[in-house]
Design a protein around this ligand. Sequence first.
Ligand SMILES: Cc1ncc(COP(=O)(O)O)c(C=O)c1O
Length: 367
Amino acid sequence: MQQVTLGPFDWPVADEDVRVALEQAYADGSWGRYHGPHCEALAARLCDQFSRKRAMLCSSGTIGVELALRGLGVGEGDEVVLAGYDFSGNFRAIEAVGARPVLVDVDSETWCLDIRRLEGLDSSAVKAVVVSHLHGGLVDMPKLMNMASRRGWRIVEDACQQPGASIEGQPVGSWGDVSVLSFGGSKLLTSGRGGAVLTDDMQVNQRMKIYANRGNQAFPLSELQAAALLPQLKKLEERNQARERRVGEILQITSQLASWLRPVASRAETRPAYYKLAWSFMPAETQPELRDQLLAKLQTAGAPLDAGFRGFVGRSTRRCRKHGTLSNSKRLSQSTLVLHHPVLLAHKKAALQVAEVLVETLRHQVS
Ligand SMILES: Cc1ncc(COP(=O)(O)O)c(C=O)c1O
């Protein structure tokens, strides 16, 4: 069986500008201070790049979603809509504020919350919706914001996977009442850990600040982390373009397997950013063990592919309400393969080799 010989695909990549920024933070002493110029500069840059009035830096995307819900005043007795397939920390964030998740199915083509499924929802107790842009798919934010304003819901837009993406020319991360970014170690913008919460709503921002202040900021981002992020923000667009080109080339190769692999689809007037690139391995939608068998072979061959999220279909109805069927969420939780982004910045030959190994391994399994 063919092997990936042109890896491994490390992240973060060596970046001279990050080294210089960290050395400057050492030289000016800000590396050891509570406050300094880097956090302030980063918050300002984020506001600028994501078209927002306020950016609150914090310790992770997960805590960012919780802060966003607290800022919106969501709490005990409230319900919060969440996709049946999403990052597990978002379910926990809703529970952490004392609210109850209401699970709604995803669109099988975009991996994201299917807005059409919100139509018949009994939403008397729903105060907010948490939506994530996942695996190269994008939420239909124009439709969601329109529906939310009619129904009185507030929107938390989880942009942790897709900084730099856009919908109708407007940045992802600028659509929700509150939007969240992650700077975790695997993310497109990384400082090992970290996150940010963006909003135009001063009241929400004030509530988040009060909650996070325990005499000192409880979920902070450090000066050193901010220093490492600033040069990466400048390169985000250029890197996203490179990743997008590679995705096009990879999808061309895997399109030979269209009867087995369904890639994530982007709608017109959207431009995704690729933290993960997803396919559904269709035979596994009904026979989940097939995905695990395929992944074991791919990983042995050195291909950096993984399973997607487990999703929430199996969660007890004591912990959440389930609206309608969650059949797409179930299928995708069983069948999703994701390619991790460092491959997309690697040499073209290396990325294409990964795609070829995927094709060959899959052919071998299904033949
Ligand atoms: C969609 C989504 N939301 C939130 C997070 C959480 O980010 P963090 O790791 O910074 O807590 C992740 C992390 O993978 C994610 O994929």
